[in-house]
Design a protein around this ligand. Structure first.
Ligand code: HEM
Length: 346
């Protein structure tokens, strides 16, 4: 842990030094996290990316978030999820924000997103304020990453130094959104396959699933567990009995697909480690939550127990895994663009 902090400090120091020498913009990729390479130079992300070009970027993001979350508490959860669904498809490039058009088949119509992913209006609001303050400077992909961090912080979760400098895609992948985002009835082996395809491991899977400490899920996403877990018309035997009866009142066998239930009913608005404590009591909502504990992988099982016992360990790992998530295949340097409107390519 200490070692990682030292590395972070050193790369940050180098990045500051370099970006001061190049205040206009590019930041040379010393961290090297999947950074793009253009004409032999490598570009990476850095927390100081907007230090000179838009120093107030994060303040603007936070002020819009505060108002939006005060109006609708669920906004925090929705924005945190939006970053995940962006990064797992073509990398963290704001591809998920593009609307349908002649050239774009929108990811918003992908199975895991349709009638489910939310928060686009809040991103639009942030973007329009940023365009006023610093025209064509802050990318939509960075806005999504900043909004995910800000939502975590405003919900009581950890803060972290967020590498910036992602650029926006000119394409989207509807196919990728159907193929790369894990489904709620996944097994532990399935979840690990989806995460490893992105370069994320068991620790990232268990820590990032802790995002389900806030927000809700629709009946359709957990119905199978209540009525037909294994094709034998029986409920999931790992479900706590009283929790099972409560869920049946929200989620009937037929109909009610859009009715919602909190992912962490113990403290649905608070970013904390209650999610893991509930898993230990058979009270996780989705199959994908449950199998972190009861699936056949010992490591994820042990991590659930650790995070249930030690909230600061969970917070520390959540921050590290969010940085890893945010570093998935960003467009940098001369690749992509900074969109003027997050819903359209320029
Ligand atoms: C491990 C695999 C995962 C699966 C199978 C999964 C699945 C789901 C499902 C089915 C929902 C409910 C959607 C709906 O009913 O419309 C949901 C909600 C949510 N997910 Fe995940 N998720 C996973 C990982 C993650 C990760 C990595 C994050 C963020 C780091 C995340 C953040 C959220 C949040 C915050 C919500 C609540 C959203 C809201 O209330 O609007 N999830 N997830």
């Amino acid at each position: 842990m200490h070692f990682i902090k030292v590395i972070l400090f050193v790369t940050t120091f180098i990045s500051v030094t370099i970006s001061q020498a190049h205040p206009a913009g590019f930041n040379f990729g010393w961290g090297g996290h999947h950074g793009g390479t253009t004409r032999g130079m490598s570009f990476g992300l850095s927390p100081q990316f907007y230090q000179f070009s838009c120093p107030q970027a994060n303040d603007i993001v936070m002020s819009v978030l505060e108002k939006a979350i005060a109006k609708d508490i669920r906004t925090a959860a929705s924005l945190l999820r939006l970053h995940f669904h962006d990064c797992f498809v073509q990398g963290c490039d704001a591809s998920i924000l593009l609307d349908d058009s002649a050239a774009i088949a929108s990811e918003k119509n992908g199975g895991p997103n349709k009638n489910s992913v939310r928060g686009f209006e809040v991103i639009d609001k942030i973007k329009s304020k940023l365009e006023q303050a610093c025209p064509q400077t802050v990318s939509c992909a960075d806005i999504v990453a900043l909004a995910a961090r800000g939502s975590t912080v405003l919900s009581g979760g950890p803060n972290w130094e967020l590498p910036l400098g992602r650029r926006d895609s000119k394409t989207a992948s509807l196919r990728g959104s159907n193929k790369n985002i894990p489904p709620p009835n996944a097994t532990i082996e399935g979840l690990l396959t989806f995460f490893k395809r992105q370069g994320l491991d068991e620790v990232d899977l268990v820590a990032l699933s802790g995002a389900h400490t806030i927000g809700v899920a629709k009946c359709a996403t957990f119905k199978q567990r209540l009525y037909n877990q294994n094709g034998n018309n029986q409920p999931d035997e790992n479900l706590d009995k009283s929790f099972y009866f409560d869920l049946k009142t929200v989620c009937p066998k037929s109909g009610g697909d859009n009715k919602i239930s909190p992912l962490d009913f113990g403290s649905p608005r608070m970013f904390d480690n209650t999610y893991y404590k509930l898993l230990l009591r058979g009270k996780g909502l989705l199959n994908s939550d449950e199998v972190l504990l009861t699936g056949s992988v010992k490591e994820t099982h042990e991590l659930v127990k650790k995070y249930a016992q030690d909230e600061s360990l969970f917070f520390e790992q959540f921050a590290l895994s969010m940085i890893k998530l945010g570093n998935l295949r960003p467009l940098t340097g001369f690749n992509g663009e900074v969109r003027k409107n997050c819903r359209l390519v320029n």
